[in-house]
Design a protein around this ligand. Structure first.
Ligand code: NAD
Ligand code: IPM
Ligand code: MN
Length: 370
C-alpha cells in the first residue's frame, strides 16, 4: 500500500507554490477516494530556502530528499535573487538535489492532447497526435564539469569558463534508459550531440553505438546533430520517438518541445536514479517550467505540468499505473471540455484561473470514478 510511503514536497518559488496547491488537492482526493495517500512532508528549496537558511537547500532538506520515496518539486528562482553570489542562487538548490541524489535520467515527455492541437504555434497537422520522450542526461556535462568559474586576468580582461565533461559510463547509463524506454514505445532512439565539433560528442556517439551493438540491436538507433535536432523538432516532430541527449542540449530541446504541446505549462518531468538492490529508485518529479515571475500571484499559472508530474510519480515510483491513467484522463477530459488557463487559451474556450483548473480536475476525477 502507498500509505507507508513518504513523499517530500518542495513547492519552491514564484508559481511553484501556486501549482503545487492544486497538486495537493489532487493528492488529497486520491488519498481520500482511492486509498493512495502518502506520508507527506513539505520543505523549502530555492529563493525561499535562501531567505530562511541562507542557502538554497538546507542540509536537513537534502537528507529528507535522500530518504523520501519520491520528491515532488514546483519551481525555483526569481529576479530578486538574480544578483546573489553564484553559490547561493536558488537554482543551486535544484542542481544539488539532482547531483547528490544522482538523478541522471530526466524523462521529459511531450504529448499533444487532442484538445490542445489549436494551442500550439505550429500547424495542427504537424503536432496532432504527437507523443515523444526526451531523455536528458541530468547530472553531468557542462552543468557540472570542472574547471568552471570567472577569472580576473592580469591584462584586465575577465575569463568565464565552463567545461563539457562526460565519462563513458555516464553516457552508457542514460543511453540504456533510452533504449529500455524505446522498447516500451515505438522502438526508435535518436541520440543527439555535436560530434562534428565536440570531442565529448564523438565519445557520446561511440558509447551509444557500442551499447546498441552489444545489447539493443532490436531497437532502431539514429544519430542527429543537436542543431539539426532543434530544427527537425519544429519541422517534423513526429519522426521522433525517444530522443536521448546531454544536459544542456536536453534543457533547450525540451523547452522547444514544450511549445509543440501548446505551452511550457503542459510539460511534466521525472528525474530518475539507478535502481538499487532492493528495487528502490531515487526520484524527483517536477514540471519543466520555471517560477514564471512574470505571472506569479495572478492566478494565471497552468498547474497541469505539475499535476502530470504527480501522475508520473504514481507511475514510476509507486507502480500505480491505473491511478496515473486516471489523472491523465481527467486532464484530457477537462481540456476536451474547453477549460483553459490563459497560456493555452484559444477563441471560444473557457478561461479559468489556476485554482479553478485544479477544482475542475477534481470534479472530473469524481465523474470518472462515480
Ligand atoms: P519560466 O519557465 O519560468 O517562464 C518562461 C515563460 O513561460 C514565462 O513567460 C512564463 O510566464 C511562462 N510559463 C512558465 N510556466 C508556466 C505555467 N505553468 N503556466 C503558464 N505560463 C507559464 O522561465 P524563465 O522566465 O526563463 O525563468 C524564470 C526563473 O525560473 C529563473 O530564475 C529560472 O532560473 C527559473 N527556472 C526554474 C526551473 C525549475 O525550477 N525547474 C526551470 C526553468 C527556469
Ligand atoms: C530546467 C531548468 C533548470 C536547468 C535550472 C532552473 C537549473 O531550466 O529544469 O529545465 O537548467 O536544468
Ligand atoms: Mn530548462
Amino acid at each position: 500500500m502507498a500509505s507507508n510511503k513518504n513523499v517530500l514536497i518542495l513547492p519552491g518559488d514564484g508559481i511553484g507554490p501556486e501549482v503545487m496547491t492544486e497538486v495537493r488537492r489532487v493528492m488529497d482526493w486520491m488519498g481520500n477516494q482511492r486509498g493512495v495517500g502518502f506520508e507527506v512532508d513539505e520543505d523549502l528549496v530555492g529563493g525561499c530556502a535562501y531567505e530562511k537558511h541562507g542557502v538554497a537547500l538546507a542540509d536537513e532538506t537534502m537528507d529528507k530528499a535522500q530518504e523520501a520515496d519520491a520528491v515532488l518539486l514546483g519551481a525555483v528562482g526569481g529576479p530578486q535573487w538574480d544578483n546573489l553570489d553564484f553559490s547561493l542562487k536558488p537554482e543551486r538548490g535544484l542542481l544539488r538535489l539532482r547531483k547528490e541524489m544522482d538523478l541522471y535520467a530526466n524523462l521529459r515527455p511531450a504529448i499533444v492532447f487532442d484538445a490542445l492541437v489549436e494551442a500550439s504555434t505550429l500547424k495542427p497537422e504537424i503536432v496532432e497526435g504527437l507523443d515523444i520522450l526526451i531523455i536528458r542526461e541530468l547530472t553531468a556535462g557542462v552543468y557540472f564539469g570542472e574547471p568552471r568559474g570567472i577569472e580576473e586576468l592580469p591584462d584586465g580582461r575577465r575569463r568565464g569558463v565552463n567545461t563539457q565533461v562526460y565519462y563513458s559510463d555516464e553516457v552508457e547509463r542514460v543511453a540504456r534508459v533510452a533504449f529500455e524506454m524505446a522498447k516500451l514505445r515505438n522502438n526508435l532512439v535518436t541520440s543527439s550531440e555535436k560530434a562534428n565539433v565536440m570531442e565529448s560528442g564523438v565519445m557520446w556517439r561511440e558509447e551509444v553505438t557500442r551499447l546498441h551493438e552489444a545489447e539493443y540491436k532490436d531497437v532502431e538507433l539514429n544519430h542527429m546533430y543537436a542543431d539539426n535536432c532543434a530544427m527537425q523538432l519544429v519541422r517534423n516532430p513526429k519522426q521522433f520517438d525517444v530522443i536521448v541527449t546531454d544536459n544542456l542540449f536536453g534543457d533547450m530541446l525540451s523547452d522547444e518541445a514544450a511549445m509543440l504541446t501548446g505551452s511550457l505549462g503542459m510539460l511534466p518531468s521525472a528525474s530518475l536514479g539507478a535502481t538499487d538492490v532492493t528495487g528502490r529508485r531515487k526520484a524527483l518529479y517536477e514540471p519543466v517550467h520555471g517560477s514564471a515571475p512574470d505571472i506569479t500571484g495572478q492566478g494565471l499559472a497552468n498547474p497541469l505540468a505539475c499535476v502530470l508530474s504527480y501522475a508520473m510519480m504514481l507511475r514510476y515510483s509507486f507502480d500505480l499505473g491505473d491511478e496515473a491513467d486516471l489523472v491523465e484522463t481527467a486532464v484530457n477530459n477537462v481540456l476536451a471540455g474547453g477549460i483553459r488557463t490563459a497560456d493555452i487559451m484559444s477563441p471560444g474556450k473557457a478561461k479559468v484561473s489556476t485554482k479553478v483548473m485544479g477544482e475542475t480536475i477534481i470534479r472530473e476525477l469524481e465523474k470518472l470514478t462515480r
